[in-house]
Design a protein around this ligand. Structure first.
Ligand code: NAD
Ligand code: UD1
Length: 356
């Protein structure tokens, strides 16, 4: 029996990949997105990958009336809640906007789920809830000391869902704490489309490789790490997407509340990523060693053992695949969803798509 999964934020980076994984596993994704940080053209790209257009509703997750209508008109079995705002610096500048979207948005969604009798929810949390970790690999039981309004908004939602589950033990809630999602679907049709100058390492590297940015600033080379640069747990977005399918499967008919790390359990330094990215692109990446970025932690990576034990999920794709897939997406779509090499736009600065 096909089951419908409401995917809030399903047009975004992780949500769009989750729709592909859900469809591959026989689920029907129903996307709800207001496109505030995504592009409506992702729907066409998803149709190409999946083989049919996914159902989608344009709208805001805080819109109670709309949500009521969505739950009334569709037979929804489970919800994956990606819709939210995620930029740490922006959350410091606009905290109320972050609490409204991330916290109030989840309150409205959960209330409408309750009204409709839909009690299976997978929530996108982040390793950022741990703050500066005491040790790595970080287990789920580690203290949470989020350091930004963004991190606190995710932690508040986690606490709220814990209270909800306490009061209504027949809910199935799975909180997924992602480490550093990178990569793209192997087709090169969907990927991450940062607005403006990227903050994160992988999209920045991609733009240096296309020539859009001159060089990468390495934020700190004097950390107490093997090569002095920051160490993170990068995880391929398709592995994450498959983790969501495993969570939905696990939650089906099994009330409970679970909090799980989704990462590889392996840390890579900025230099490791640059070296692997150079191999993937076959070109040198200009870089400058700069000062530490305020608020950055030297090193952390997750302990994904619980997700393996309970969901049977394990990240399968390594750093080489993460770099190759990020680059394929970037190279074929130099202006994101507005362009596609060799199809809608021929970008003069880049060779027309040859296979990697
Ligand atoms: P994204 O910005 O690409 O996707 C979020 C999607 O939600 C976008 O399509 C956006 O248009 C939509 N959206 C935002 N506010 C909305 C609203 N009020 N109503 C309806 N739609 C709305 O981000 P992503 O990287 O795909 O992240 C997805 C989720 O995972 C977020 O909740 C994020 O906080 C969390 N997360 C992301 C990362 C990461 O590094 N990408 C790491 C940890 C956790
Ligand atoms: C950041 C967010 C985190 C979010 C994660 C998503 C902060 C404080 N944290 O984490 O909440 O979940 O992104 O992936 O913003 N680096 C460079 N040069 C660059 C960019 C990054 O050297 O131009 C380095 C950083 O110093 C860090 C590593 O690359 O050591 C990864 O950085 P980034 O991709 O921004 O992720 P995080 O800082 O881990």
């Amino acid at each position: 029996m096909t089951r419908t999964v409401l995917v809030t934020g399903g047009a975004g980076f992780i949500g769009s990949h989750a729709c592909v994984a859900l469809a591959a596993a026989g689920y029907e994704p129903l996307i709800l997105d207001n496109f505030c940080n995504s592009d409506v053209r992702v729907i066409e790209r998803l149709s190409e990958i999946i083989g049919k257009a996914p159902a989608f509703v344009e709208g805001d997750v805080r819109d109670k009336v709309l949500l009521h209508k969505v739950f009334r008109e569709h037979e929804i079995d489970a919800v994956i809640h990606f819709a939210g705002l995620k930029a740490v610096g922006d959350s410091v500048a606009h905290p109320l906007h972050y609490y409204d979207t991330n916290v109030s948005g989840t309150v409205v969604l959960a209330a409408e789920m309750q009204r409709a009798g839909v009690k299976t929810l997978v929530f996108s949390s982040s390793a950022t809830v741990y703050g500066e970790p005491e040790c790595s690999p970080i287990p789920e039981g580690a203290d949470c000391r989020p350091e930004s309004p963004y991190g606190r908004s995710k932690h508040m939602v986690e606490q709220m869902l814990t209270d909800l589950h306490r009061s209504q033990p027949d809910w199935n809630v799975i909180v997924l704490r992602y480490f550093n999602p990178v990569g793209a679907h192997e087709s090169g049709l969907i990927g991450e489309q940062p607005r403006g100058k990227p903050n994160n390492l992988m999209p920045y590297l991609c733009q240096v490789a296309t020539g859009e940015r001159q060089s990468l600033q390495v934020h700190g080379s004097d950390y107490a790490t093997p090569d002095g640069t920051g160490v993170r747990d990068y995880v391929h977005v398709m592995d994450l997407a498959e983790g969501h399918v495993a969570a939905v499967k696990h939650a089906g008919g099994r009330p409970g509340l679970l909090t799980l790390n989704l990462g590889t359990g392996q840390g890579y330094s900025v230099m490791d990523v640059i070296n692997e990215f150079e191999r993937a692109t076959g070109q040198p990446i200009a870089r400058q060693l700069g000062p530490r970025r305020p608020g950055d932690v030297a090193a952390y990576w997750g302990d994904p053992a619980r997700a393996h034990k309970l969901l049977g999920w394990k990240a399968r794709r390594g750093l080489a695949e993460m770099c190759a897939d990020s680059w394929r997406w970037q190279r074929r779509n130099p202006a994101g969803y507005a362009s596609r090499l060799g199809v809608e736009v021929a970008h003069s600065g880049i060779e027309l798509a040859q296979e990697l």
